[in-house]
Unconditional design. Sequence first.
Length: 588
Amino acid sequence: MTNVLQNFIYPSNQTLGSKEKYLRVEGNVYFGGNTLEMTKFANVQFDTYYNAFSIPLWRENVGLADTQLTMAGSGTVDVELWHLSNRNIKEFKQSVTIELTEDRQVVYDLDITNPFAYSGLVYIKIVAKRDVEVTAIAWQTRTAYRRDAKLGISVTHFNRKAYVLPAIKRIKDGLLDVAEWQEKIDFIVVDNSKNITKEEAMGVTIIPNENTGGSGGFTRGFLYYKNDTDATHVLFMDDDASLEIESIKRAYQILAFAEKANTAVGAALFYEDRPDMLIERGAQLDAKATWLAKFRDTDATRAGDVLGQELDEEKNEYFGWWFNAFPIEYTDHLTLPYFVRGDDVSFGVLNKFHMVMGNGIAAIAENFDYKVAAMTEYLDLRNKLLVNSLFINRPSRMVMYYWKLVLESVLAGRYGFTKVYNMALRDFIHMSPEQMVKNANMQDNMAKIKQISAENALHEIDLADYDLVRTNSLAEDSKVTIWRRITLNKLFFPLRNDKIIFQPYMRVPAYRQISGYRNILYVNPENGKGFVAKINRFKTLGGLFNGFFSGIYLLFSYGRVRSRMRHALPYLTSESMWHQILNLKDKD
């Protein structure tokens, strides 16, 4: 009896990454679906993100002792076995010539218990001796499952059918309708917007839910699997995340084989507009910024960078909820009602999971840098303050962080955001457990946030209506940079009124580019909407003055908030609290 640990997969969608994320080719090589075709003398190498076999993952973190490489197809090939060691040295191991057959055959049978023989990535290179068709390649094991795992997938949706409906079809076609996986996988969508129809659901269970953000949506999914099914594990996934179905299969195999029963599996995150560059692969708490992504801007097409990720020995403290698979039995705390931003952090910190990541387990999402809105900025700051108070306790760092946000917003002319940051700070200072639970759906805040940030709200624009200046130059002499910063981005210099400077709408603009301009047109690259911000010296100085004293107020109030919120932590992470918020008792 053998179990597939990871199937070899090939590129099918540029959104998921370039060809080099999957394979490296020389000669005439064609791939589609599960088939790889090669003409005589062509070769394919698999020291890649999706297809290398990670010894640190499968031996160190999962506890496997053996693996076999199996292949099927037709034609004659040389199959070379290579090893990229923990010293980042490529080592040729051996080569065999085989005649491919319709049935899978074992090409290599590896004992991976010896750390001196294998310590990094194991991969193969295939050389075609004549025209070849490969119909299957996989790394397998003869080891039996350590547990009979049942993985319940929960996706939370709110008004993004363009993303969630393809996700439903993808998971249905790739898992739910496949006999091998039907007893291992379940799938639900928690519909916070209550607008997915029966026809759109394609037979998948849809759970209408009150909109309490991602915190409430994912918690509703967890409670469903814990109390109403025989699931042993739950996988949280965002509705806008694309991924290879193979990522879910590999996560399941890790959970089923893992020596440690409290093993949880996370996924790396890539952005759709740069799918080869890592955004995050695990994360930790950080005193300066509260949460800190690991391996940001690492190139997933480079074998050495992939190896570096696999050799990571720093402890992950939480996984992003775009993909987080964990055991129900070891979930002692639910998340606090953050709405969004920070829920995955506290969930990971409070539950003592053995956190595992591996190459080829990844999600691809919209670029967060373009998801700049008053509501998310409010929640980001308020919830970072809360996470810091609960788990880090560095108030001076958070005061500095708040001052930084205020400075960035006023120098960018985003005075509505300055007001939002002040509101977030004061709401944190006055936060209580009762108020947080009562306002879990954020209805009391949304209207106010919209009102105070109205001048920075995105709306339909026509670029032809503006006399724009565009510049791509970011180079600047260091002395000029220092002078510009001292003068608050030339705030007190004569400001140009005749032109409007163009800026992509992101969290932090290019201050060098907007320096000296009174009018700035911010445009969101994803939807073309924008607004004109006007630099006003009095508003800038007023925002800085108010921000300074608000930061001092935070410093003196921080301890009281920390005390009352930590005291209520057992209640704020309890199932009974979430039953109250989600009205589950009434439904039952």
